[in-house]
Design a protein around this ligand. Structure first.
Ligand code: SF4
Ligand code: SF4
Ligand code: SF4
Length: 210
């Protein structure tokens, strides 16, 4: 079957069939949403080319920070690994990189590279109104300080480890009102670059940037 293996051909055919079946549901074959990848997976084209969706990185992560993309993220991206900082944060242990059998996750230097950048959402952050300071001590990289009672992220220093998002209490309170977001969230590097700032009024500001 040439360059395309039987397995990949069957997978592609299945994805096409599923795409045709869903069709009007608007699920993209290649997702448009930028995904937050585990360390070493920041080159999206390289990750998608090499990842065999074996799930080993998720199983290996001791903090539970690795999750998997769904069909809603695009058929190509489905079942590839992403980071979910509602479940854990990355401490750069490199366990996911070590178990990856294909090199889809390459060596990563947390001192010079970024998983993403943390962005404060003023409509969710409880420092606006309720005086919350929970995330103040969370950052191990000196990227998060408080000024006038509110968190301020240094976009240069932040490597996107997610500890601030993991510890943020806004989701707990927000859940009562149907919210699913935290007051500080890590966004992929490309989105952070197009956003150009680390404080936004609400989530719609980030949709414009993506
Ligand atoms: S480096 Fe360690 S903590 Fe970070 S995502 Fe990989 S396995 Fe999880
Ligand atoms: S361990 Fe590597 S090949 Fe397996 S799902 Fe994770 S990134 Fe993909
Ligand atoms: S994601 Fe949060 S805790 Fe991690 S480096 Fe950035 S500001 Fe600090």
């Amino acid at each position: 079957m040439g360059a395309m293996t039987r397995r990949s051909f069957v997978g592609l055919a299945a994805a096409c069939a599923a795409g045709a079946a869903i069709g009007t549901a608007g699920v993209a074959f290649a997702g448009e949403r930028e995904l937050l990848r585990p360390p070493g997976g920041q080159d999206e084209a390289r990750l998608l080319a090499a990842c065999i969706k074996c799930d080993r990185c998720r199983s290996a992560c001791p903090t539970g920070a690795v999750a998997v993309a769904s069909v809603a993220d695009g058929f190509v991206q489905a079942r590839t690994p992403l980071l979910d900082f509602h479940k854990g944060y990355c401490d750069f242990c490199d366990a996911c990189i070590a178990v990856c059998p294909t090199g889809a996750l390459r060596p990563f230097d947390e001192a010079t590279e970024k998983l993403g950048v943390a962005v404060v959402q003023k409509d969710r952050c409880l420092s606006y109104g309720q005086g919350c300071t929970v995330c103040e001590e969370s950052c191990a990289f000196d990227a998060l300080t408080f000024a006038d009672g509110h968190p301020v992220v240094d976009g240069q220093r932040c490597n996107g480890c997610g500890q601030c998002e993991f510890e943020c209490t806004a989701l707990v309170y927000g859940t009562f009102a149907g919210g699913t977001r935290r007051g500080i969230v890590v966004v992929p590097p490309e989105m952070a670059a197009s956003l150009g700032r680390t404080v936004v009024e609400d989530e719609s500001d980030m949709e414009v940037a993506s």
